[in-house]
Write a protein that binds this ligand. Structure first.
Ligand SMILES: Cc1cc2nc3c(=O)[nH]c(=O)nc-3n(C[C@H](O)[C@H](O)[C@H](O)COP(=O)(O)OP(=O)(O)OC[C@H]3O[C@@H](n4cnc5c(N)ncnc54)[C@H](O)[C@@H]3O)c2cc1C
Ligand SMILES: COc1ccc2c(c1)CN(c1nc(C(=O)N(C)c3cc(Cl)c(F)cc3C(=O)O)c(Cl)s1)C2
Length: 470
């Protein structure tokens, strides 16, 4: 058990801060959580604005660590496959894997509320809302907050855990107080969330258990299902394209050309209202390090590694930070000096890798991925995984369905790209191997005997290229 006299200040009561408060209180620490916004549990629910997120393996394992996985997944919606929407209105499903391999669409606000409520159950936890961190002293643990009325509050803690998001004030303080590497990159795309209401019968307007995607190279739309029968649809487009759509006619023309099948489901009037009453929001990628200072301060979640959302991993990665830090506290018997150093040493390389993977996927999808190519790539991935289950594990499987360290996934990506670039060779290999396997099983005449030996010879060559493990 922890030294109960030690106090931990969690700055930021978003998803990662709230989960950390659950972990720290579970270890017996006194926790003060400071959140800039008012208590979201007291705010009335704004209808039609439910925002959702894809929860996958890493995030679920972290929630399991504080006994929250059941509660969260009870109201999540499984997504067993992507549904690719082609411009001609046809659609194609691509499974994520076997029946038990799915990701979940979860309601962001409900998840945040449930985690805050869980943390608050512990007597040693105090939640301070409408407390904005203005500055902190990385050496003494002193903090300066302003409350909703602008009143100053000064306090101190044994450990400051910065979970205050992509524009973190704790990280800004680290930048001023120590040797600290920092880089950020805004991408030229912005995003806007649209609402796809339930059909008249209250059911989902599209197939429920899918992550719906409209990949259009420079433009993309993604839709995740909500419990109430609606979908939250996220549009991704260059800011200049958002800005070029000046009139309702421009907007209708654009959607009829790019996303025709979605228009009747979104509703033309509702789409116009949302589009012209909201601004496209930016997406930023932040890499930095070290994540800690002595035994006094550490940052996690988007504060440490904000990433573009093109892998659906930001929250999952931040949740995994909490799980990993908790494991390190076990290993170091709650020695903050040791634990913070180990956290940076272990996690920084992985978080940087995930930021790179997400950016890489953005660039790849923006440049070359339309429905056909997206389909082809996933089908080749799934075929090779079927053919060589232990040797070819699709990258998205490594990232979203295992807890393989992110930097090991990225090594795999480089090898897979090299192989996929030789697509033709691979397809010949794959198909001749497939025919060879059929021969093997006696399904074809002796004609293909030669193919079989050729296929085996090629397969051996393929094995040489493929990694045994990442
Ligand atoms: C369009 C989009 C889609 C996404 N989809 C997914 C997805 O499908 N799956 C996934 O895993 N991730 C997804 N993400 C990423 C995910 O939203 C973030 O990674 C996650 O919210 C990070 O959580 P956090 O707690 O670190 O930061 P945040 O959620 O940003 O929380 C930070 C908290 O700190 C508070 N705060 C900030 N400054 C201060 C201060 N000075 N003092 C006190 N409090 C402060 C804020 O009010 C906030 O409550 C998506 C992101 C975007 C933009
Ligand atoms: C709420 O807003 C958002 C915004 C983006 C995302 C999510 C939620 C959830 N996202 C997931 N991405 C993967 C993934 O691994 N890849 C490679 C994909 C990447 C893109 Cl961009 C895509 F469109 C499909 C896949 C896919 O494979 O389905 C998952 Cl697995 S879940 C992206």
């Amino acid at each position: 058990m922890a030294d109960n006299t030690k106090r931990i200040a969690v700055v930021g009561g978003g998803l990662v801060g709230a989960l950390n408060a659950c972990y720290f209180s579970q270890r017996g620490f006194e926790v003060d959580l400071y959140e800039r916004r008012p208590d979201i549990r007291t705010l009335e629910h704004v209808r039609g604005r439910s925002i959702n997120l894809a929860l996958s393996c890493r995030g679920r394992e972290a929630l399991k660590g504080v006994g929250m996985e059941e509660m969260v997944t009870a109201t999540g919606i499984p997504m067993y496959a992507r549904m690719i929407h082609n411009t001609d209105g046809t659609r194609k499903p691509i499974l994520y894997g076997k029946k038990d391999q799915y990701i979940m669409s979860v309601d962001r606000r409900k998840l945040n509320e449930d985690l805050l409520t869980e943390a608050e159950k512990h007597p040693g936890v105090r939640l301070h809302f409408s407390h904005k961190l203005v500055s902190c002293n990385v050496d003494t643990g002193e903090m300066h907050f302003k409350d909703a009325s602008g009143k100053d509050l000064h306090t101190r803690s044994d450990l400051i855990v910065g979970c205050d998001g992509a524009y973190s004030a704790v990280r800004q303080q680290m930048m001023k107080s120590m040797r600290f590497d920092f880089s950020q990159e805004y991408i030229p795309h912005g995003y806007m969330e649209l609402h796809m209401p339930p059909s008249a019968n209250g059911k989902h307007a599209m197939e429920t258990n899918y992550l719906h995607i409209w990949p259009r190279n420079a433009y993309m739309m993604i839709a995740l299902p909500n419990q109430d029968g609606s979908f939250t649809v996220t549009m991704f487009m260059p800011f200049e394209v958002f800005e070029a759509i000046q009139t309702e006619e421009d907007l209708m023309r654009f959607f009829k050309e790019k996303f025709p099948d979605s228009l009747p489901l979104l509703g033309e009037q509702a789409l116009k209202e949302t589009f012209f009453n909201n601004k496209a929001l930016p997406m930023v990628s932040v890499k930095c390090g070290p994540y800690h200072h002595k035994d006094k301060l550490v940052i996690m979640g988007d504060a440490a590694h904000a990433m573009v959302p093109f892998y659906g991993q930001g929250m999952n990665c931040g949740f995994e930070d909490c799980l990993i830090f908790n494991d390190i506290l076990d290993q170091t018997n709650n020695d903050f000096g040791e634990a913070l150093k180990k956290f940076t040493a272990y996690r920084n390389v992985d978080a940087r890798a995930m930021c790179d993977l997400a950016m890489y996927n953005y660039i790849e999808m923006r440049a070359s991925v339309n429905s056909k190519l997206f389909l082809l790539r996933k089908k080749v991935d799934n075929f090779l995984h079927w053919l060589l289950p232990d040797r070819w594990i699709p990258l998205y499987t490594m990232v979203s369905f295992t807890r393989t360290r992110y930097h090991k996934c990225i090594n795999g990506r480089k090898k897979q790209d090299m192989i996929l670039e030789r697509g033709a060779v691979l397809l010949v290999l794959g198909s001749s191997l497939f025919v060879g396997v059929c021969v093997w099983r006696g399904k074809l005449g002796d004609l293909a005997e030669k193919i079989c030996s050729k296929a085996l010879e090629s397969a051996n060559r393929l094995y040489e290229i493929l990694p045994l493990s990442y």
